[in-house]
Design a protein around this ligand. Structure first.
Ligand SMILES: C[S@@+](CC[C@H](N)C(=O)[O-])C[C@H]1O[C@@H](n2cnc3c(N)ncnc32)[C@H](O)[C@@H]1O
Length: 276
């Protein structure tokens, strides 16, 4: 039975990150300002007009195995951008809390196309766990504009400008359906974290996974959800190595709350710790 579980989860991991397509070309929309460093207004206007006609300028990129293992690209087709190693970390944390009866639900704050939460639901299914919920918290319309007054670290954050990060709730539900994993053990918290997380009807958490990129998004998730994590549960931070504001929020929160649990690296960007 365990062999079958592991085979199912392995197949899912590879599918969720679209590993089979490694080595092939993808065409990704260019974020004009950043990639081309364009300041030429007329050209930007042309691109913008093209978008209204559903024509998008793309760059050709080749998926490398290394990027997909380490979640270092924004894939065109995959249901998650976090890569193989961070999916395996989810598997390790969730199976650990199941085996050790650590109480609580599972949540990801920042789900994008839903791959990581789909995988969480799959692990519960593989282990016949019917009394835990997978919570999927997201605006389902991308990242918020920086609130530099309150969170100085987000001052220059550009994530809110990326259309690629705006994935609708209906698309995420459809992605769950593709894997036959949309059921009553999955709940969606739609809206900005600052509004949804303080009132979320979550009693306890066994795994808290943060993937909201910005200082504000990371801090909102920690402030509202960290106290609900059971002892022996896990806190996973996706963007520690990738977004300076995220790392700063984690360091600030740990300092303010005297959290000294050892930080364990997952890959080049992700980290986690176990709540003591
Ligand atoms: C990098 S993506 C998450 C990637 C995803 N975990 C995966 O498996 O591929 C960041 C997501 O966080 C969401 N997000 C970030 N900050 C948010 C906030 N303050 N409130 C609501 N959603 C937020 C965005 O809408 C986006 O879907």
């Amino acid at each position: 039975m365990e062999d079958l579980r592991l085979a199912y989860l392995e197949l899912l991991k590879q599918t969720i990150i679209d590993l089979n397509r490694c080595g092939s070309k993808e065409y990704r929309p260019i974020h004009y300002g950043r990639k081309l460093n364009l300041t030429v207004k007329p050209l930007l206007n042309v691109f913008s007009k093209m978008e209204h006609k559903r024509l998008v300028v793309c760059e050709e990129v080749v998926n490398t195995l290394e990027n997909r293992m380490n979640g270092r690209d924004w894939p065109q087709y995959a249901d998650s951008m976090i890569g193989y190693k961070r999916l395996t970390n989810i598997q390790d944390c969730v199976t650990d809390v199941l085996h050790n009866n650590i109480e609580g639900d599972l949540i990801e704050t920042g789900v994008w196309r839903g791959g990581a939460v789909i995988f969480m639901r799959a692990i519960l299914k593989a282990y016949n766990c019917t009394d835990r919920i997978v919570w999927a918290a997201d605006s389902y319309e991308g990242l918020p504009q920086p609130n530099a007054h309150k969170y100085f670290a987000d001052k220059d954050d550009q994530h809110h400008t990326f259309n690629e990060l705006k994935i609708s709730l209906e698309t995420v539900k459809e992605n769950f359906r593709k894997y036959d994993l949309l059921d009553e053990q999955v709940r969606f918290l739609k809206g900005w974290f600052k509004d949804t997380l303080p009132v979320a009807p979550i009693k306890k958490l066994a795994v808290l996974r943060l993937d909201g990129d910005m200082y504000e998004s990371t801090m909102d998730a920690l402030t509202n959800l960290y106290p609900k994590v059971s002892k022996g549960g896990y806190i996973i931070i996706d963007d520690w190595g990738a977004v300076e504001g995220c790392k700063l929020a984690v360091l600030d929160y740990r300092k303010q709350n005297n959290i000294t649990a050892e930080i364990v690296p997952i890959d080049l960007d992700g980290i986690y710790w176990k709540k003591l």
